[in-house]
Write a protein that binds this ligand. Structure first.
Ligand code: SAH
Length: 256
């Protein structure tokens, strides 16, 4: 797995390269990282990467040529059998989610483009970009935080990245939880500030623990993300027991 990132702020990527789960996976060579600064692909003394927008308006636009040359250099450094996707971080792109993370985790990686200012020249998008992804319905100052989120969420899915092989399987949105939200977690002490750990988790009875967690997931998802319940039902992923439990929930709990 290799990510190549085109960014005016390549230093920001030390966060995923050096720290935590992704840092450990990097040391284990589960993934590699290429950083490409469009400024290194300029040919004027000021190393200009942006200019004013045609048609007027505020802000600056990233110029096509330094971006395209950076993508060419990134492509040339890769050894994919198929050309790697060139993915622009963009609030106008498809919303990023766990399904896309899993697709990327099953691939050889991607070239991620981080915009800055008002965005990038459309002709660069038309010529070079194969996918556009949005982190969510809000505007960041640059694509770096979106690219960091993508790299982090993909790398933790790589086999061997997490200590406990099962722990990614139990996360929210995972297919083994049929796309539901995760259940609550507790650790020592047994009682904290007068609050006890739910007795089901203390029982040592694996079937009861699994049932408690499943019901917590169902109730939480019904309350906070009823759209995920609808999707799981549509995909035939809810058991009879799940449906019976959902029915038993107070109608007010199922309201979003
Ligand atoms: N004018 C643009 C916003 C530009 S923000 C618009 O209104 O759509 C500058 C850069 O930040 C963008 O080019 C993009 O690369 C990145 N960015 C901002 N918000 C983002 C989001 N929600 N998801 C992914 N990238 C985002």
């Amino acid at each position: 797995m290799r990510f190549d990132v085109i960014s005016l702020f390549p230093d920001m990527f030390s966060v995923v390269r050096d720290l935590g789960v992704t840092g450990r996976a990097y040391k284990q060579q589960l993934w590699s990282l290429g950083l490409w600064n469009p400024r290194d692909f300029t040919h004027d003394i000021h190393r200009t990467v942006d200019d004013r927008p045609y048609g007027g308006g505020p802000g600056m636009v990233m110029m096509a040529e330094p971006l395209e040359q950076a993508v060419d250099a990134a492509r040339a450094s890769r050894s994919d059998a198929e050309p790697a996707p060139v993915v622009l971080m963009s609030p106008t792109g498809k919303r990023y989610d766990q399904g896309v993370a899993q697709q990327l985790a099953d691939s050889t990686g991607a070239i991620l483009i981080c915009g800055r200012y008002e965005g990038v020249d459309q002709r660069f998008i038309d010529r070079c970009v194969t996918h556009e992804l949005s982190l969510g319905d809000y505007v960041l100052s640059g694509g770096e935080i979106a690219a960091l989120a993508i790299i982090d969420s993909v790398v933790r899915l790589l086999p061997g990245a997490l200590n406990d092989a099962d722990s990614a399987l139990q996360d929210s949105f995972n297919a083994t939880l049929t796309g539901l939200l995760d259940s609550p977690h507790y650790t020592r002490p047994d009682t904290y500030q007068g609050l006890a750990v739910p007795p089901e988790l203390m029982s040592g009875h694996h079937v009861n623990i699994a049932q408690w967690r499943r019901r917590q997931s169902l109730a939480l998802t019904a309350r906070r993300r009823p759209d995920l319940i609808v999707a799981a039902r549509r995909d035939g992923l809810l058991s009879k027991a799940d449906e019976a439990f959902l029915k038993s929930l107070d109608a007010s709990v199922i309201q979003p």
